[in-house]
Structure formats: C-alpha cells, structure tokens
Design a protein around this ligand. Structure first.
Ligand code: SF4
Length: 444
C-alpha cells in the first residue's frame, strides 16, 4: 500500500449516548435516563459532565493530531459533522452549540455547505428546539420513526407511539421554510417478529400476515410523506440486545421471518420505493441529488479517515480504528488518561493496516452501493498483483453469479436489488481467495 504523506480530516462524528429507555433490538452504547426525564435537573447534571469530558477529548485530540503529528494530519474544510447516538435530540441544544463552537475554535472549518446532521427521535423535540437547530445551521435531521404502528413500536420498546411520530413529522414539515434545515431522512425497520414482545398485557399478539400488512402500510405511509431520504433496516439481532439475550431471538428463525421471507420483503420494498427513490445503497433510498447525504458514504468507502468523539465512538485514522469505552464512567476515565498523555489515544488503536483487512473493508463498503468499486483504485493503491488476483476471482464468480456486473475489467458492482442480497457472500469469496493467494505468495 502506498501511504499518503499527509492525510486529511474532513468528517467528524459526535456520539451523544443518552436515550429515554433501551429499545429491545438495541446493542449500541447508550445510557438510558428514563422516560420523561429529559428536563429534570439530574439529567442536566449528567449532560454537563458529559459535555465537559467530550470537550476535553476534542481539545486533546486536536493537540495530539494537529500539533504533535502535523506532518501527517491536516484539517480541511469539514464536509460533515454527524451527531449520532443514543438520542442526540435529548441533549440540550445550548450544549450542542458549545460543541460546535469548540470544533470551530479548535481550527476545524465549518462552512455553509458542511452537512450537519442531528439524529432525532419523536417526542424529544419541539418547534423551539428545531428553530434553535436552524440557528446552529444544522441542515439535516435523521428521524427515528421505525414504524407508524403502535403495536410494532411497543414490541420494539420504543419510547414513542404512532401519534408522537406524526407530531414530530408535522414539526419538521413546518421547518421546510428554513434556510438551512432542509433535509429530513426517515428510518424504518422491516422484518419484525411475529409475536408480542411487549411487557404490556394490553398489546395484542401479531401474526405473520399482520406483520406483512403493517409493513405494507408503513411503506405506503412513508411514500405519502415523501421525505428526501429513507433508511430501511432489516431488524438485526445483535448480542447485547434484549431480543438476543432475553428473548433468544435469532435472525432467520421464528418468530423472525425466514431468510427467504426477509429477502422477499427486501425486493418488495425496493419495488415500492424505486419509482420515486434512487436505491443507492443496500439500506438507503434518496429522492434527488439535493438529498444525498455526505456523512454516511464515508463509511462505505471503507478506508476514509474520520474523527469520532464520545462514549463508544470509533475513529478510523490511517487504517487504525480507535474505539472509546462503551460506558460513561469508563469513557470519563479514558479522557482523564488522555489529559495526562494525549498519545494515549494513538497507543490504543486496533490495526486494520494489513492488506487483507483493508481490501475486505473497501469491498464490503463499496459493493453495498449502486456505484460499486472502481478496481483501478485497487490497482493504484495495492499494485498489479493484487489487482490480478481479484480480477481472476471475479471472472470465476461471473460464471455462477448472475448478480455481479464487471465492466471493462474495471467497474465492479452488484445488480440492484437482487445483488445486494448476496453482497456478504461475494465479499467473503473474494476475501478468502485473496487471503489464500497472499498466504501462498508469502510462503513461496
Ligand atoms: S433510541 Fe436508538 S440508540 Fe436509543 S435505545 Fe433505541 S435504538 Fe438504541
């Protein structure tokens, strides 16, 4: 791999981990504060402490990268800042302002075209808060709707109901006249379990047909609303989530839909949305170029540097991943260490710099997208031998996979939508082949 002499930072992720309660499918690093607690003094104290530490982390990272290692790292005008969580819209907007001001005073350039995204959950913001976001030049909201159906929302242990969802959408519709806050993305979850998971005895059971019907209604509803961007995730059952640990749910097994049924849902969803939306990434649909996000695509590039701050957040810097501790207490200890020794940060990364990991990450990221991968990038970065090994494997795969497209020995992509369903398999086959060849060449 030819290493660049200097590397640029253009994208920042800020993790704000507070949620009202933990959703049953959630395996993210979150800190639940309890429902209706967002305005109480105790939560304000918690936020102030978190704010203090995240600000220290930003300052120390700035010293470490751009003063101690400024021969490598350079700041460029920021393309994106993403407030993710958790539920960032629970965080006081005044404190968001402090974070943005600090980012600027530390020498990062926020411009009018810097995309600033705020993940928001219905029931955690009002018109006044949205007006404040506009004043902060936050220009994109990612709204966690997940479903328009009360039973499904209860089943997922979401803090909101369908009515709260509609109220949140109405508040955002009124912001359409704003100068900055013009982009809204809606998140939905498909492939719900066909049984009642809620502890609420009044929640009636759901059978498979009803789950399917509700999904049709959710899709119809989102089409009517016409947001600029839609993210549709299949319900993932990850270790650490309530569904995994307490309900023993596993993807593809009852009460979740079978793999075949989940694949049918994926195709059905594509068919419903594609007349209006461009299905540009496995889980993402965009209505026009104006609604195309800038932040999420950095993850799909697979090798793009970005800075992240906050509990549980991961940065990727020069093929090393730096992940902070996943509880607030341990995160605060981590920042204390950083205050004593800013290089503590660089000493704790996970190395992803071997060729195998790099290429796997690039393939996995780019084959998720409609654009796919330009293999000339691989040739230029990793040399002719690696390029030839990959091309040979692609030629073999083309004989058995009708969903792989390879143009001019250069552009590799998956046929949309069917190809997206085999993305993991294709990446695994190419990676395995590459690993075997690299290993054999090393031992020659
Ligand atoms: S709102 Fe999001 S981050 Fe918070 S518990 Fe639910 S899924 Fe997790």
């Amino acid at each position: 791999m030819k290493n660049n002499i200097t590397r640029n930072i253009e994208n920042i992720y800020i993790h704000l981990p507070f949620c009202q309660k933990k959703c049953f499918y959630c395996s993210f690093p979150v800190h639940a504060i309890g429902k209706n607690k967002q305005d109480n003094e105790h939560f304000d104290n918690i936020q102030q402490t978190y704010l203090k530490y995240i600000k220290q982390e930003i300052v120390q990272t700035n010293i470490m990268l751009f003063k101690h290692h400024n021969q490598i790292w350079q700041k460029k005008p920021l393309k994106s800042i993403y407030f993710g969580g958790g539920t960032p819209s629970l965080f006081q907007p005044e404190y968001i302002k402090e974070i943005l001001n600090l980012i600027q005073s530390e020498g990062f350039f926020i411009q009018d075209d810097t995309e600033i995204t705020m993940e928001c959950d219905p029931g955690t913001f009002d018109a006044e808060k949205i007006q404040f976001y506009e004043e902060l030049k936050i220009n994109r909201i990612s709204l966690g709707i997940q479903s328009f159906n009360d039973k499904i929302l209860q089943n997922l242990n979401r803090p909101q109901n369908a009515q709260t969802n509609y109220e949140a959408i109405q508040i955002l519709k009124n912001s359409a006249k704003f100068k900055y806050l013009s982009n809204v993305s809606i998140d939905l979850i498909m492939n719900q379990p066909q049984m009642t998971c809620s502890k609420d005895k009044n929640n009636l059971s759901i059978n498979l047909n009803e789950v399917d019907q509700i999904w049709d209604q959710d899709l119809e509803q989102v089409v009517q609303l016409k947001p600029g961007h839609i993210s549709i995730y299949s319900l993932a059952i990850e270790p650490g989530s309530y569904f995994y640990e307490k309900n023993n749910f596993r993807e593809g097994q009852f009460p979740l839909p079978s793999d075949e049924r989940a694949a049918d849902n994926f195709i059905k969803t594509h068919q419903k949305l594609s007349p209006i939306y461009n299905h540009y990434e496995i889980s993402s649909y965009v209505r026009s170029d104006l609604n195309q996000p800038k932040h999420n695509p950095i993850y799909w590039e697979g090798n793009k540097d970005f800075l992240a701050f906050g509990m549980g957040a991961s940065s990727l810097l020069n093929y090393r991943r730096y992940t902070r501790p996943k509880t607030v207490t341990r995160y605060y200890e981590y920042v204390e260490q950083l205050n004593k020794n800013p290089n503590f940060y660089l000493e704790n990364g996970e190395d992803e710099s071997d060729i195998q990991s790099q290429i796997e990450s690039i393939l996995m990221g780019r084959l998720r997208t409609f654009q796919g991968l330009d293999l000339l990038d691989i040739k230029n970065s990793y040399g002719e031998d690696i390029y030839n090994i990959i091309c040979n494997k692609i030629e073999m795969l083309l004989l058995k996979s009708p969903y792989l497209i390879f143009q001019n020995q250069r552009y590799l992509k998956l046929k949309c939508p069917e190809g997206y369903l085999v993305c993991d398999d294709i990446v695994a086959e190419i990676s395995y082949h590459l690993q075997k060849k690299i290993f054999r060449n090393k031992n020659k």
